[in-house]
Design a protein around this ligand. Structure first.
Ligand SMILES: [Zn+2]
Ligand SMILES: [Zn+2]
Length: 273
């Protein structure tokens, strides 16, 4: 499988020159399976760039992609209206969310964001074809992969994903606050022996006490959960909007002292698993 990071910033886009090394777009990652199927995790502002890339790649050919949401906080959905492949009738998208047992939830969340008075184009008028899938919290098969989905501790809820193809495992656990037993266990289950662990690392340990209840982790908690799960490589993700490149660099240096194979996710980075 191949992972591409299209948006790595947490909470809000930060398009400013001090952040250009790691990037200012919010959460969006793409996974290409070994059979070249397209899985997308979250629709933050990074998904706009993914849309451009897909249109270059496919031209007039039909684009089919599976788009999974961790949750519906704005930084994880706000790029969707600007994902241009939605505006072409030959394209087909399946949108997934888990855990609420309400098939309308995904559709309502996306449509709500595009409704009057927030956006000029109503979602129901989009020319592409679409499906909405409500996942239960278990393992399911999609696009030649097995995917486990479990809830994580975060205000208004969030889910993490474990994506498995053949013997390879990618784990995507963003927007999670540690210190709640069931959720901490779910992080470890989702990441168990993963080849690549993408994880919420928003704060420094010093910043954490001032952000209890905000739903995020320190880089240290992120790395410790990776160590507990025995992962091979860790990607620090969901960088705080107040952390400039130098801050992320320092976090990365500190994190690398705890685990030999840590990277900081940055826009445009491609990792083959
Ligand atoms: Zn977020
Ligand atoms: Zn969130």
């Amino acid at each position: 499988m191949r992972v591409r990071f299209w948006g790595v910033r947490g909470s809000t886009p930060t398009p400013q020159k001090e952040n250009m090394e790691y990037g200012g777009n919010t959460s969006c990652i793409e996974i290409r399976t070994d059979t070249n199927q397209i899985l997308v995790f979250d629709g933050g502002t990074g998904i706009r760039l993914l849309g451009n890339e897909l249109q270059q790649e496919f031209g007039d050919r039909s684009i089919r992609a599976h788009i999974f949401f961790s949750h519906f906080h704005l930084d994880h959905i706000q790029g969707v209206p600007f994902f241009r492949p939605l505006y072409y009738p030959q394209n087909h998208f399946t949108f997934y969310f888990a855990g609420r047992r309400d098939a309308h939830l995904v559709m309502d969340a996306l449509a709500g964001m595009m409704a009057n008075p927030y956006f000029p184009m109503n979602m129901s008028k989009l020319p592409c074809s679409r499906e909405y899938v409500d996942l239960v919290e278990e393992t399911f098969t999609v696009a030649d992969t097995r995917i486990l989905v479990l809830p994580l501790n975060h205000p208004q809820g969030c889910v993490g994903y474990r994506i498995m193809q053949d013997s390879k495992v990618i784990s995507y656990c963003t927007d999670v606050e540690h210190g709640v037993d069931w959720s901490d266990k779910n992080v470890v289950t989702l990441a168990k022996n993963a080849d690549f662990f993408i994880v919420d690392s928003q704060y420094t340990p010093e910043e954490l006490p001032g952000h209890v209840g905000w739903g995020h982790s320190s880089w240290k908690q992120a790395v410790e959960s990776g160590i507990e799960a025995g992962v091979k490589q860790i990607a620090l993700f969901h960088h705080d909007p107040y952390h400039e490149d130098g801050d992320v660099e320092k976090i990365l240096n500190d994190a690398q002292k705890l685990h030999p194979n840590v990277i900081a996710a940055r826009e445009g980075l491609e990792v083959t698993v």
